[in-house]
Design a binder for this molecule. Structure first.
Ligand code: ZN
Length: 249
């Protein structure tokens, strides 16, 4: 499967990049959007037609992960039927139901349908099997372990999370760990996001193949953030996500 970064900042967008959003594509051509932060639609258009998205899955309902859902739905609602093969397919948006108000907003008649994922069950979306783990965050957030059925390749995406013991186990031997890293190493055990060192330690103890740092802070030296994570991760490759960077798992 192929992972493409669309938005990489935590919190809010800057003039050159948006907030958390990733495109995950299977060998079979299924297009899944992981979170839908600000600028997601604009960045997606550089990769594919937003009408080609098959589904969206949300880790949680903080604005920097859902900001462009409205734009995405307007795009599909207003795109002329028949144009470039567009058939008006209803967009499936998967989210948790521990915030019923936000979950209910995922459904827009004729455009999108909210689908609840059950955190203790494996969810099948197209070619992917997805399992969940609740993380440490001010609102309910689920990390996802996404397995491409055909290849057995594994992507673990943390969504937003502070450090907790179960995360390394959940990430065990993933091909890629895509981790929320909003703090430098002077912070630890924060209630909302990982530090560089914590992400590196989790990657090392889970023996993942690659660690990608995302949900990046707008202030501070990102090369230092990467260096700190790399020091903790040992021989594991650590990448700093940039928009339109791609990883073939
Ligand atoms: Zn959040």
């Amino acid at each position: 499967m192929k992972l493409t970064a669309l938005g990489v900042w935590g919190g809010y967008p800057t003039r050159d990049a948006g907030t958390t959003s990733y495109l995950l594509q299977s060998e079979s051509g299924f297009n899944l959007l992981l979170d839908c932060g600000s600028r997601a639609v604009t960045e997606l258009e550089h990769e594919l037609q937003p009408t080609q998205l098959d589904a969206v899955i949300l880790s949680h309902y903080h604005e920097d992960h859902i900001a462009d859902l409205g734009a995405l739905r307007q795009y599909r609602q207003l795109f002329p039927l028949g144009q470039e093969g567009w058939d008006g397919m209803i967009l499936k948006i998967y989210g948790h139901t521990e915030n019923q108000y936000e979950f209910d907003k995922l459904t827009l008649a004729g455009v999108s349908e909210g689908h609840a994922y059950q955190p203790d069950e494996t969810l099948e979306i197209g070619p992917f099997d997805i399992s969940f783990m609740k993380t440490v965050h001010p609102v309910v957030n689920y990390a996802m372990r996404i397995i491409e059925r055909k290849t057995g390749q594994v992507l673990v995406y943390t969504g937003d999370t502070g450090y907790f013991d179960g995360l390394a186990d959940f990430s065990k031997q993933a091909d890629v760990l895509l981790a929320d890293v909003y703090f430098f190493k002077d912070k630890a055990k924060m209630p909302n996001h990982l530090s560089s060192v914590e992400a590196g330690q989790i990657a090392k103890s889970a023996a993942v193949k690659k660690l990608i740092l995302t949900h990046l802070p707008q202030f501070g030296d990102l090369k230092l953030l990467q260096y700190e994570a790399q020091e903790a991760a040992g021989s594991i490759t650590v990448d700093l996500a940039r928009p339109h960077q791609k990883w073939q798992l």
